[in-house]
Design a protein around this ligand. Structure first.
Ligand code: ATP
Ligand code: MG
Length: 601
C-alpha cells in the first residue's frame, strides 16, 4: 500500500477555535499544507481523467461525499456522517457531494431518495455547486464502470470465473488457509473479453459467472483474493431500467464513484478498513491506465455511532415499521432523522451532538443522555415557556368570591423567556377554579413534600399564595377536587406579595382560559441499553410503555402554536407541536426531552 498518510491517531492536538480537532481534520490539514490536491482539475461534473483534465483547476480545496444507499430512511448514525462530511467540507473550503449509491438494483425506492434529500437539507447542509444542483447517482457511472472492467481484463487483471458459488467459496480459503486458484484464472485476455461481453449481452444465466479481479489468492487479506467485481443479475433498475443485466459489486463501484467525482477524502466506517487495500489497488490500476485523474481519492475509516437504547440499522428499523411496532419511519420514538425531527429535535442539536461525540478509530457506545443533553442545551436558550398541566385535577379557591368578587377573573402574566425580556410576556387569567397536577396534592404528605396538603401554603406560579384546606373523593377513594383559600395581597409582582413565605411553587392553568391538548409522553423504545446484547432478538426488548398519551390542559398562549414549534412546559420539559397531527384547534404536543436527565434512573 502506498497511502500518503500514517493512519491518524485519536489524540487531540490543540483545538482550533470553533471545533475540536480529530484525526480526520489532521489528515486534511496535512494534505492542504502539502498541497496534495492543489493541481487537480475539475471538469464541472463527474467524469474520467480526460474530462477533468479539460476543465480548470478545481476551485474546491477538498471534496468529500455522503453516499447513502437509498434503501431506507436515514438515522442518527447517518446524521453523524452527514455532519462530519459536510462539516469538514465547510471548514476546509471544499464541497461535500450527496451521492446516491444506487448500484444495487433491487432495493432502492424514490421515497427514500426524497427523504434523504430532505434530511440533508433539514440538517442545514448543501451539496450544490455552480452548475450542479442535483445530487449525484452512482448508477450514472455504469458505462464507465463497464469500461474500467474491460480495461482490467485487457491488462490481464481480471477474469471471468464460472465456478459455482460453492466452489468459489471453498477455494477462497480462510484466515488460516490460502485460497486455491480457479481453473478459469488462466483464461486468455481474448477469451475473458468475449465471455464478459456475453455476460453483458445476456447470453449467460443469472449467477452463472462473475468477473473477478486477478490479484492474489494467497493474500492474508481475504478481500484481496480475487474479489468479484461484476455479477449477472436480471433486475430492473430505477435509473437505468433494463439496460444492464450485469451490475458492479459494491467494492468495485465505490472507489470508482469516488474517483469520477474527484473526491479527495473518502470517509467511511471501520468495517471497510479491510477493503482499503482493494480500494487503492483498483484506483492505482485505473490511474496507470489513464482512466481516472491523479492523485486518486483515499479512504479513511472512523468508528460508527452506536447509541444506547437505539438501533442504527436501516434493516432493523424497517422491521419495526413493517411489523407495526411503531407508527412509521417518523414515529417520534424512532432514531430516524424524520422521527427525531418529529419528536422535537433540531438541526442545531444534532450538529452539536456530532461535534461533541467527535470521531474516533475505535468502536464504543455513546450514552443516549448525551444526545438528549444536546437537545436540552440548544432549546433552553430559545424555547418560549408555557404552563401545562399534564394530569389535571381541579383546585377550587373557596374564598374567591369574597376576596376577588363573584365570577371575577384576575390577570396574570409571565415572561415568554426568563432571559429574553425582549420576547415580551404571556398573559393568562386566574379565577375561582384552576387545574393543577394530580401529583401536586397529597392528602397525607410523605416526608419532604412541600406542595399541596391540608394546612400547607404554596404559591401558584405567577399568581397568588394559597392555603390548602382539603379535598373531595369519589367512592373509590380517588381525589376528584382539591380545595384551598386564596391569601389576599400575595399576587406575584405586586408590592408586599412575598410577605407570606412558602416552600412550594406549583404550575397551574385557570379553568376559565385553559385549552385542551393531547400530550404524548415518550420513553425509550427499548428496555435494554444494548437491545441485542447476548444475541437476543431486539423485539424481545421493546419497552411496552414507551408511549403514554395525556389529556392535558395548557395555557392560552399555546393557541397560536404552529406545528414544529418548541416550548418549555415549565417544570416538565421541552415539547414540540406535532408536525403531523397538531393543528389550530387540535393541539398535540410531543415530549422532546425532560428538563433533567432521567435516563440514569
Ligand atoms: P445501515 O446498516 O443502517 O443500512 P449503511 O451503512 O448501510 O447503514 P449507507 O446508506 O450505506 O447505510 O450509509 C451512508 C453513509 O452513512 C456511509 O458512509 C456510512 O458509513 C454512514 N453511516 C451509516 N451508519 C452509520 C453510523 N451508525 N455511524 C456513522 N456513520 C454511519
Ligand atoms: Mg448499506
Amino acid at each position: 500500500m502506498n497511502a500518503p498518510h500514517s493512519p491518524g491517531s485519536d489524540k487531540d492536538s490543540a483545538p482550533t477555535p470553533g471545533f475540536s480537532s480529530n484525526f480526520l481534520r489532521q489528515i486534511i490539514e496535512k494534505d492542504l499544507a502539502a498541497g496534495t490536491y492543489k493541481d487537480r482539475h475539475w471538469g464541472g461534473s463527474p467524469g474520467d481523467a480526460a474530462h477533468h483534465a479539460a476543465g480548470p483547476l478545481d476551485a474546491q480545496k477538498v471534496r468529500l461525499r455522503f453516499p447513502p444507499e437509498p434503501n431506507g430512511y436515514l438515522h442518527v448514525g447517518h446524521a453523524k456522517s452527514i455532519c462530519l462530511n459536510f462539516g469538514l467540507a465547510r471548514d476546509y473550503g471544499g464541497v461535500c457531494h450527496l451521492r446516491f449509491d444506487d448500484t444495487n438494483p433491487e432495493k432502492e425506492e424514490i421515497e427514500y431518495v426524497n427523504s434523504i434529500i430532505d434530511a440533508v437539507k433539514w440538517l442545514g447542509f448543501d451539496w450544490t455547486q455552480p452548475g450542479n444542483d442535483a445530487p449525484y447517482q452512482a448508477s450514472d457511472y455504469f458505462d464507465f464502470m463497464y469500461r474500467a472492467a474491460e480495461y482490467l481484463i485487457e491488462a490481464g487483471l481480471a477474469y471471468v470465473d464460472e465456478q459455482t458459488p460453492d466452489e468459489m467459496k471453498r477455494n477462497r480459503g480462510d484466515f488460516g488457509k490460502p485460497g486455491v486458484d480457479s481453473p478459469y484464472r488462466s483464461r486468455s485476455v481474448a477469451e475473458n473479453l468475449a465471455r464478459f461481453r456475453q455476460m453483458k449481452g445476456g447470453q449467460l444465466d443469472d449467477g452463472a459467472a462473475v468477473l473477478r479481479a486477478k490479484i492474489d489468492m494467497a493474500s492474508p487479506n481475504i478481500n484481496m483474493r480475487d474479489p468479484a467485481i461484476y455479477r449477472i443479475r436480471r433486475a430492473h433498475h430505477h435509473n437505468t431500467g433494463d439496460k444492464w443485466c450485469i451490475y458492479p459489486m459494491y467494492t468495485f463501484a465505490h472507489p470508482i464513484e469516488d474517483a469520477l467525482e474527484q473526491i479527495t477524502h473518502s470517509i467511511c466506517t471501520l468495517e471497510f478498513e479491510d477493503q482499503r487495500p482493494f480500494y487503492d489497488w483498483l484506483l492505482d490500476r485505473l490511474c496507470e491506465g489513464g482512466l481516472i485523474a491523479t492523485p486518486h481519492p483515499r479512504q479513511y475509516e472512523f468508528a460508527r455511532l452506536n447509541l444506547t437504547y437505539v438501533l442504527t440499522s436501516k434493516r432493523k428499523l424497517a422491521q419495526l415499521v413493517n411489523e407495526g411496532k411503531v407508527s412509521g419511519w417518523d414515529d417520534p420514538r424512532m432514531p430516524t432523522i424524520v422521527g427525531l425531527r418529529r419528536r422535537g429535535y433540531t438541526p442545531e442539536a444534532l450538529q452539536l451532538f456530532a461535534e461533541r461525540i467527535g470521531v474516533t478509530k475505535s468502536d464504543s457506545w455513546i450514552d443516549y443522555s448525551t444526545l438528549e443533553g444536546c437537545l436540552r442545551e440548544t432549546l433552553d436558550g430559545t424555547a418560549p415557556r408555557a404552563m401545562a398541566v399534564l394530569d389535571p385535577i381541579k383546585l377550587v379557591l373557596t374564598n374567591w368570591d369574597e376576596v376577588m368578587g363573584a365570577g371575577k377573573l384576575d390577570d396574570c402574566s409571565a415572561p415568554v423567556h426568563p432571559h429574553h425580556p425582549d420576547l415580551g410576556k404571556r398573559h393568562f387569567k386566574i379565577g375561582k377554579e384552576v387545574w393543577i397536577e394530580r401529583t401536586d396534592f397529597e392528602e397525607t404528605p410523605p416526608k419532604g413534600f412541600f406542595r399541596l396538603f391540608p394546612g400547607n401554603k404554596v404559591r401558584l406560579k405567577y399568581g397568588h399564595v394559597i392555603e390548602c384546606t382539603g379535598c373531595t373523593k369519589d367512592a373509590s377513594g380517588k381525589v376528584t377536587e382539591v380545595q384551598a383559600l386564596l391569601i389576599p395581597d400575595t399576587k406575584s409582582g405586586t408590592p408586599g406579595s412575598d410577605a407570606v413565605k412558602v416552600k412550594g411553587v406549583i404550575t397551574w392553568v385557570a379553568v376559565a382560559d385553559a385549552l385542551q391538548a393531547e400530550v404524548r409522553l415518550y420513553d425509550r423504545l427499548f428496555k435494554e441499553a444494548h437491545p441485542e446484547a447476548g444475541g437476543v432478538d431486539f423485539l424481545q426488548n421493546l419497552n411496552a410503555n414507551s408511549l403514554t398519551v395525556m389529556h392535558a390542559v395548557v395555557e392560552p398562549s399555546l393557541a397560536t402554536a404552529k406545528a414544529d414549534d418548541k416550548f418549555q412546559f415549565e417544570r416538565h420539559g421541552y415539547f414540540a407541536a406535532d408536525r403531523v397531527d397538531h393543528a389550530a384547534g387540535k393541539l398535540v404536543f410531543n415530549l422532546a426531552v425532560g428538563l433533567k436527565d432521567g435516563w440514569g434512573k
